[in-house]
Design a protein around this ligand. Structure first.
Ligand SMILES: Cc1cc2nc3c(=O)[nH]c(=O)nc-3n(C[C@H](O)[C@H](O)[C@H](O)COP(=O)(O)OP(=O)(O)OC[C@H]3O[C@@H](n4cnc5c(N)ncnc54)[C@H](O)[C@@H]3O)c2cc1C
Length: 736
């Protein structure tokens, strides 16, 4: 609705309320007045019943819609005049219609403002209203301690649907309405409103109010029992917990379980450490390190070194990657975990009943373990799209690329996400001619456009062909030449290559270990509630298989909740906290983010301010020859509370940690600014970003007065108001 129309509504409402108070219309809604007029009102109703009902109905709607005082007295009056049956009918509809009008007025006038200003903080409430709004409203309506008009206005700014609000209000208010209309039939005997709802009655209504919530819990418990109906629960269990998969999620789950002295078995069918150690974070970062060294050597002249050359064998670089894995391996080894008290079994796990896991060991022997709880941590694998010809040309994925010992001369990387981009740059720096193909208009599409632009520009300057807006259509192989045919703006583009790396996303490992047979609900991932429980409350999921994030740190974050909830429910369980989730893409320049990006804030209509500090200005970055990138901070308008941070630049992932801590513990920019940062470090960028924000919020009036004050102290006489100059430009970075 346009602002003009909203002002009209405000004016009409204000006028109506003003008339009510100006003419003291409230006196007609007092108990004494109604009692005095009872006989006349009854006579009027007897003479003209329809007109009387119509007037009473409209008056009731008006009073409730305008949130005016007097609804309780009106209810008594209606009871006195129309009796219990008709009175109840009349008040029930009039009060609900009036409440809905008040609700709509609040929605039109305030909801957008409230949601855009506090939307981020209201996210949990909105989700709760979306799921349980009817239950909450019903409770609020039944418990008479929550004022009628407050509920109408408050609900208006939430996301509850109008029809839901209407019918739940009508139903929820029925009991209270009945009490008051019934009391009205005895109007002559009522001396004050206070006596109508006795403490006993309020308690009864309150009990009635919480009933739906209790009922829901009972239904949930009943549903949980139903999923177990096909099986006999063992009386005793071999284990407290069986964990399936020894990747980031499974290892941490087992570690926590052992730390609290639970009997836990960890089953791994392939390699301890899962993807992160063997085919993910660790090898990719090791490869990127070698690639970065080469890029530095290529830039030697920038650093005053006349000539530097690198002589290397691709196979040696890949061998180093394996050495790095080997060095980290002991952290995730069977020996370490056994020493920690975990029973580690090498084999393939299969859930056979909600409390039993069958393990087929590598030697073919089978073991069946009963367990109180199970945590599924089976991870994810590269998704390979069914592009015609893909099997004929053969392809690499993040699982197999580490086996390469010969550098592909021409490499096509399918995918512009984090994994595709990291490997694109690594291979290009190692000497492959890389073409990155992405169907979206830009790479790293999850980040703000300027982030993609900086990375694309760097890629292109390093000789990478970045083909965005290109959709892979088919692969061909003719005369020994492999070609990808992509579509771009309606025409075909042919890209010859020697190897293709597919990095278009990862798909959760859901099949082949009993989930389908058991009936564990899955979509793209295993479906879990806020406690990481599947539809079988004793079976949990964590890590890539559960989503929504696919990072090692989120997998281990979830693992804590999965372990603790699996071991201590129903005594105590914790809802996973996803409020502050950081991540980084380790391209050069690095990209790191926590919280909202500018694009997300805009799309979700969340009010925000943007502060940007350019790292090209930072002394240490200049000294290091890495003067590029930025720190972008989103804050609540007019406040220093951080909504999100994006950093692009050298060591962005490490720099971000300060902001992650700040967001987690609600530390604002003022306090970051007031913290000493070592000079000269990259971390100073965080403080300078806070400084940019501070200058933009400098109190101009106070500064004008200060200028006059200093003038007066110099004996120069006060400058006329408003004559003060604008703030000077920013001083050199290190002085900020
Ligand atoms: C190239 C690449 C780079 C990455 N870089 C980063 C990064 O820099 N930072 C970051 O945070 N994340 C990164 N990731 C993501 C990270 O690797 C994953 O998010 C993380 O490994 C998920 O851990 P997980 O425990 O959920 O699954 P996984 O590590 O996949 O572990 C699952 C394990 O379960 C086992 N398993 C499955 N089914 C069974 C069964 N039935 N019985 C027994 N065992 C079973 C599997 O063998 C596997 O070992 C990267 C991923 C890739 C591919």
């Amino acid at each position: 609705m346009s602002i003009d129309k909203r002002w009209i509504i405000v004016a009409v409402l204000a006028a109506a309320v003003a008339i009510f108070f100006w003419f003291d219309l409230g006196r007609y809604l007092s108990l004494e007045y109604v009692k005095a007029q009872q006989a006349q009102l009854e006579a009027w109703r007897a003479a003209r019943p329809l007109a009387a009902a119509g007037v009473a109905f409209l008056a009731y709607v008006l009073v409730t819609a305008l949130s005016l005082p007097g609804a309780a007295v009106m209810t008594l009056a209606v009871g006195a005049i129309f009796g219990l049956g008709w009175g109840l009918l009349l008040v029930s509809f009039a009060s609900t219609i009036g409440a809905t009008l008040a609700f709509l007025a609040s929605r039109i006038l305030f909801r957008n403002w409230v949601q855009s200003r506090f939307g981020d903080r209201l996210r949990a409430l909105n989700a709760g209203i979306g799921k349980d709004g009817a239950f909450y409203l019903f409770t609020l309506r039944l418990v008479p301690v929550f004022p009628f008009f407050v509920i109408n206005l408050a609900m208006g700014v939430t996301t509850i649907r109008t029809w839901t609000f209407y019918w739940v209000s009508q139903l929820g208010m029925l009991a209270g309405t009945l009490v008051y209309v019934n009391a009205g039939t005895q109007l002559a005997r009522i001396d004050s409103l206070a006596g109508i709802a006795s403490p006993g009655l309020i308690v009864s209504l309150a009990l009635l109010g919480v009933f739906p919530l209790v009922a829901r819990k009972l239904i949930e418990a009943f549903q949980a029992r139903r999923v177990y109906a096909r099986w006999q629960r063992p009386r005793r269990f071999d284990r407290n917990l069986v964990v399936i998969g020894a990747g980031s999620a499974g290892l941490v789950t087992a570690y926590i379980a052992a730390a609290v002295r639970a009997k836990v078995t960890l089953v791994e069918k392939h390699r301890m450490g899962g993807d992160c150690l063997n085919t993910g974070c660790v090898p990719s970062k090791a490869l990127l390190r070698s690639a970065k060294l080469l890029s530095h050597i290529a830039r030697a002249s920038e650093f005053g070194i006349r000539r530097a050359e690198a002589e290397f064998d691709f196979a040696d670089v890949m061998q180093r990657v394996q050495r790095v894995i080997g060095e980290i391996e002991p952290h995730d080894s069977i020996e370490r975990y056994t020493g920690l008290g975990v029973d580690v079994v090498e084999g393939s796990a299969r859930i056979v009943t909600p409390w039993e896991v069958e393990i087929t060991r590598h030697d073919g022997s089978v073991q069946r373990l009963s367990t109180r709880s199970i945590v599924i941590a089976s991870g994810a694998r590269p998704f390979v799209p069914p592009i015609p010809g893909i099997d004929d040309v053969g392809y690499l994925t993040s699982d197999t690329v580490w086996d390469l010992r010969e550098r592909p001369r021409r490499l096509v990387v399918l995918g512009g996400g984090p994994i595709g981009s990291e490997l694109t740059q690594a291979f290009a720096r190692l000497g492959s001619k890389v073409t990155q193909v992405e169907m979206m208009p830009r790479i790293l599409a999850r980040e703000d456009p300027e982030v993609s632009e900086i990375v694309t520009r760097r890629f292109e300057s390093e000789g990478i062909d970045v083909l965005t807006g290109h959709t892979a259509k088919r692969f061909e192989i003719a005369g020994g030449v492999k070609t990808l045919i992509a579509e771009h703006e309606g025409r075909e583009v042919r890209i010859p290559f020697d190897a293709v790396l597919v990095a278009v996303g990862r798909t959760a490992n859901l099949a082949g270990f009993g989930l389908e047979e058991l009936g564990v609900v899955t979509g793209r991932t295993v479906e879990t509630n806020g406690f990481l429980q599947t539809n079988f409350p004793n079976i949990y999921a964590a890590g890539d298989v559960a989503g929504p994030y696919q990072f090692t740190h989120t997998a281990s974050h979830q693992a804590w909740y999965a372990a603790v909830n699996a071991l201590f429910d129903p005594i105590r369980k914790f809802r996973v906290d996803y409020s502050v989730i950081p991540w980084a893409t380790f391209v050069d320049p690095e990209v790191a983010r926590v919280g909202l990006s500018e694009q997300e804030a805009r799309e979700r209509g969340i009010a925000h301010e943007v502060t940007v500090y350019g790292i090209d200005d930072l002394d240490r970055a200049i000294a290091d020859g890495e003067a590029h990138g930025f720190v972008k901070v989103l804050t609540v308008p007019g406040k220093d509370r951080i909504l999100g941070v994006t950093i692009v630049g050298e060591h962005a992932g490490d720099l971000l940690a300060e902001y992650v801590l700040a967001m987690k513990h609600r530390i604002g920019l003022n306090r970051i600014l007031g913290t000493i940062h070592i000079y000269p470090t990259m971390a100073e960028a965080n403080k300078y970003a806070a400084g940019v924000w501070k200058r933009a919020h400098a109190p101009a009036t106070v500064l004008n007065w200060l200028e006059r004050f200093h003038g007066w102290r110099r004996g120069a006489g006060a400058a006329p108001a408003g004559a003060a100059k604008p703030l000077p430009p920013a001083p050199a970075a290190k002085e900020r």
